[in-house]
Design a protein around this ligand. Structure first.
Ligand code: TXA
Ligand code: MG
Length: 321
C-alpha cells in the first residue's frame, strides 16, 4: 500500500504538474501550492489515501479536511441543498480564498469529513493550483501541509522541513501570495455564518451576502480543528499594543508588527501593511523556531479587514493553541 508512511519514503520535489497529478491519482500524498498556504493533498474519494493525510500530518482523526475543486460543476457532484446565498458566494469568490461548508453527497467518504455529513469546498485561485487540480481531475482533500500543531507552510521549503519522507511528492510553486488560510463560511443554515476569518474579508463577504453573521460563539470551539494547537511556534508569544514596551527584551526575543519596535530584539519584522503582516507571519514563526528564540512579541492590529484573520491567528499563537 503506497499510502502507508514509510520512514524512508523518498519525497520527490518537482516542477512537473503531470508527475505530481499522476502520483496523486495513484493514491499517493502530494503537497501543492495555493495562494493561501501549501496543501497536503490526496484523492478525496479514496478513504485509504485520505487516511494517509492523517498519518503524515499526525492529525487527530476527528478533524475533517477541505476538499479542493477546479470547476463549479463539481459543487453539484459533491454537495446538495446548496442555498441561493451560497451560490451568490460561489459566483463572487470562486476561484479564490473562500471555503464553504455545505451538505455532502455520499460520494465523499466519511474519512474525508471525519464522519460529518457536511463538507468544506474550496477552489484555489493560484493558476498552478488550478492546473494541478485539473490534471488530477478528482476532488482533492487537503489540509495545510504542516505537521499538526506547526504554523501553516507558506513556502515549499517549509513543507520539506515538516514532511520530507512522509509524502510522495511536493509540487514546487511560488511563496504563498497571502500566507494565511482561507476564510470559512458555514452555508448549511438559513443564513451564512463566518466560521474562520481568513484572506477574504468579512466586509467583502457582506457586500454579497449582507445577512452574514459572525460566529455566535466567537473564539470558542466551532470547527473541529479549532480545539487543537495550531499556529503556535515553540517560543512564548505575547501580544503588545502599538508602542507598548515589554519588560524582557534583547537576546532570545523577536518582534513582528506594523510599527517600529522601540526595543532591542534578536530578530524583528516590521510589516508595511496588514497584507504584508499576514504574508510574513507564519514564515516569521518558523524562522523564530529555527533560531530557537524563546520570546516573541507580536503587535496587535485593528480587528477589521484582514486584521480580523491576523488577530485570530495571533490570539491562538499567544494562547498556545
Ligand atoms: O487556505 C486553506 O484553507 C488551506 C489550503 C490548503 O486550502 N487549508 C487549510 O486546511 O487551512 P486546514 O485543515 O488546516 O483547516 C481547515 C479547517 C479545520 O479547522 C477543520 O476542522 C475545518 O476547516 N473543516 C474542514 N472540513 C470541515 C467540516 N466538514 N466540518 C467542519 N469543519 C471543517
Ligand atoms: Mg491547518
Amino acid at each position: 500500500m503506497s499510502t502507508l508512511i514509510k520512514e524512508d519514503l523518498e519525497t520527490l520535489v518537482t516542477d512537473s504538474i503531470e508527475d505530481a497529478a499522476r502520483l496523486l491519482c495513484q493514491g499517493e500524498l502530494v503537497i501543492f501550492p495555493t495562494e493561501t498556504v501549501y496543501g497536503l493533498g490526496a484523492n478525496a474519494l479514496d478513504p485509504q489515501a485520505v487516511a494517509g493525510i492523517y498519518r503524515a500530518k499526525k492529525r487527530p482523526a476527528d478533524n475533517p479536511l477541505i476538499v479542493h475543486i477546479h470547476s463549479l460543476e463539481q459543487v453539484d457532484e459533491l454537495t446538495h441543498s446548496v442555498p441561493d446565498y451560497a451560490w451568490e458566494l460561489l459566483r463572487a469568490f470562486f476561484p479564490g480564498s473562500l471555503t464553504l461548508l455545505l451538505p455532502k453527497r455520499p460520494l465523499i467518504p466519511d474519512a474525508t469529513t471525519a464522519g460529518s455529513d457536511k463538507v468544506c469546498l474550496r477552489m484555489p485561485s493560484l493558476p498552478l493550483a488550478q492546473k494541478f487540480l485539473k490534471a488530477c481531475d478528482l476532488p482533492v482533500a487537503a489540509p495545510s501541509a504542516n505537521l499538526s500543531g506547526r504554523p501553516s507552510p507558506t513556502r515549499w521549503q517549509d513543507c520539506l522541513d515538516d514532511m520530507n519522507g512522509r509524502v510522495a511528492a511536493i509540487l514546487k510553486g511560488p511563496e504563498a501570495t497571502f500566507g494565511l488560510e482561507s476564510t470559512i463560511v458555514d452555508c448549511t443554515g438559513a443564513y451564512p455564518v463566518l466560521m474562520r476569518p481568513g484572506v477574504v474579508e468579512l466586509e467583502e463577504l457582506a457586500l454579497v451576502v449582507p445577512n452574514i453573521r459572525l460566529n455566535p460563539v466567537h473564539n470558542k470551539v466551532v470547527l473541529p480543528g479549532m480545539k487543537y494547537r495550531h499556529y503556535a511556534p515553540q517560543a512564548q508569544v505575547t501580544l503588545l499594543n502599538p508602542g507598548e514596551q515589554p519588560a524582557v527584551t534583547g537576546e532570545g526575543t523577536a518582534y513582528i508588527g506594523l510599527t517600529h519596535p522601540n526595543f532591542l530584539t534578536d530578530y524583528s519584522v516590521q510589516a508595511g501593511s496588514t497584507l504584508e503582516y499576514a504574508h510574513r507571519l507564519f514564515a516569521f514563526f518558523r524562522e523564530c523556531d529555527r533560531r530557537e528564540l524563546r520570546q516573541i512579541y507580536a503587535e496587535r492590529v485593528d480587528e477589521n479587514g484582514l486584521g480580523r484573520a491576523i488577530m485570530n491567528r495571533l490570539n491562538k499563537a499567544a494562547a498556545g493553541i
